[in-house]
Design a protein around this ligand. Structure first.
Ligand code: EPZ
Length: 420
């Protein structure tokens, strides 16, 4: 298993380009199962989760033609596709549950493995299943698989999600595209990645309209050929913004829409960062003193993204005073705290709230990654620690950050990957 060696402290300086969004690419790739005609998707990030999704599509019968730079893919589906999404693939990437909606909508049956939980929480899929049931899917759970079928075409319906769920919203929108008649989804998640999915589907002739958290889909018989460029990764962009703020650095972060992280940028301005915003890039300079924020709360979009929580926690460890962070989305997303404490952080957890003392003098140590976003928090902490840190199990990071050590090295971080 690869690990990172980082020599701190360091300051980031220069320019960095943001890759395509993992969390926009996954539902878009799953939705290609709806298509009879070839589909071209551009700006894919070269990360493990995308490779897993492409392997899953291949296992279902899709022909995958990858460009030389691996960022563009042409997908051609067979008339007769398989509908079995195996545990061996689904267990490595929860986002695989997103093939359930298109398979049942297009092929009227599917045997999809339950994704199972992960370290940040149980990650149930009950909202996915109840919404698809309302569209006409019958299913039973057997040996960890969802055995789903439908008597002919799904039928449009009115569905109100009991709780806001990104994945359940995505699965339902994808399934409703080929359902008969109109579907109205209420209390939807409205993350930018979901809008990217609906822009992609509309570019192929789907009829999807938004008004607030309500999404209306008029089912069509088929979707047309299309070519679509995936949005940039707002969490990667936000992570680099925290890096500049944390290290008193000076970064130009390019090729993304700053509006996607407007809430996080407002927060970084409150912390003291100086930020200049253009249409597809920002310039950010870190402050001499990092101001603490009393109570940062993660929320569904447009609130502070839960995927930015661990990065913001590292920033608050260096703030000049006490702060707190409340994690409202996942029940166990403080796995980075134990590792930060090993670097010298003073953080107390009470239920879903972390109380951070600030003014931490981080000292380099041996660290263990636990999940994708916790791992990048350890990289940030190692960048401002005195001395050497090594971060183990960075396969967690490789799931969602493209060439991270190459990008960091280019902006002044003393980092190298040890291949094991
Ligand atoms: C997506 O996960 C993202 N993953 C997550 O990013 C992100 O943290 C999350 O949305 C929230 O923004 C992808 O897009 C591939 P949810 P998802 O359904 O769809 C509960 C990363 O680091 N829930 O909005 O699984 C659930 O347990 C990953 O890139 C149910 O109870 O998130 C959670 O507590 C991590 N039943 C809350 O809702 C359900 O059927 C929000 O989950 C579905 C969800």
């Amino acid at each position: 298993m690869d690990k990172f060696l980082i020599n701190g402290p360091c300051k980031v300086k220069g320019k960095v380009s943001v890759s395509g969004s993992k969390n926009a690419s996954l539902p878009i790739l799953a939705a290609t199962l709806l298509f009879d005609k070839p589909v071209i998707i551009k700006n894919l990030p070269i990360v493990k989760d995308i490779k897993t999704m492409l392997n899953l599509l291949k296992s279902l019968g899709s022909k995958i033609v990858l460009s030389k730079d691996k960022k563009t893919v042409k997908i051609i589906n067979k008339k007769k596709m398989k509908t079995f999404a195996s545990y061996s693939l689904v267990k490595t990437m929860r986002g695989s549950i997103l093939v359930l909606g298109p398979l049942i909508s297009k092929f009227y049956k599917s045997k999809t493995s339950l994704p199972g939980g992960c370290l940040i929480g149980a990650r149930p899929v009950n909202y996915h299943l109840s919404a698809l049931k309302k569209l006409g899917m019958d299913y039973k759970i057997k040996d960890g698989y969802i055995l789903a079928k439908t008597k002919g075409r799904l039928k449009g319906s009115m569905i109100k999600f009991p709780k806001i769920s990104v994945g359940a919203t995505e699965n339902s929108i994808i399934a409703a595209c080929l359902a008969k008649g109109k579907t109205v989804l209420k209390n939807c998640a409205i993350e930018p990645e979901i809008k990217d999915l609906t822009n992609f589907l509309n570019s192929a002739g789907a009829k999807i309209k938004w008004s607030g958290r309500t999404c209306k889909i008029l089912g069509t018989d088929t979707l047309n050929q299309t070519e679509y460029t995936v949005m940039a990764d707002r969490i990667e962009a936000g992570t680099f913004c925290v890096a500049a703020t944390l290290t008193k650095g000076n970064l130009e972060i390019r090729d993304f829409n700053p509006d996607m992280i407007r809430t996080e940028l407002e927060l970084l301005k409150k912390v003291g960062a100086r930020i200049k915003i253009d249409s597809n890039k920002i310039k950010i300079t870190g402050p001499k003193k990092i101001k603490p924020i009393k109570n940062i709360k993660t929320k569904e979009w447009p609130g502070v993204a839960t995927d930015m929580q661990s990065q913001l926690m590292v920033l608050m460890c260096r703030a000049d005073g006490k702060s707190s962070i409340t994690e409202n989305i996942f029940e166990n997303r403080f796995l980075h705290v134990g590792e930060l404490q090993r670097l010298g952080a003073n953080i107390q957890i009470k239920k879903n709230k972390a109380f951070i003392d600030g003014n931490t003098k981080f000292v380099g140590a041996e660290l263990m990654s636990s999940d994708l976003r916790a791992s990048v928090a350890l990289v940030l902490a190692a960048m401002i620690s005195n001395g050497k840190s090594s971060i183990n199990r960075i396969y967690h990071l490789d799931r969602g950050y493209e060439n991270l050590e190459i990008k960091l090295k280019k902006i002044g971080v003393k980092i190298k990957r040890l291949k094991k």
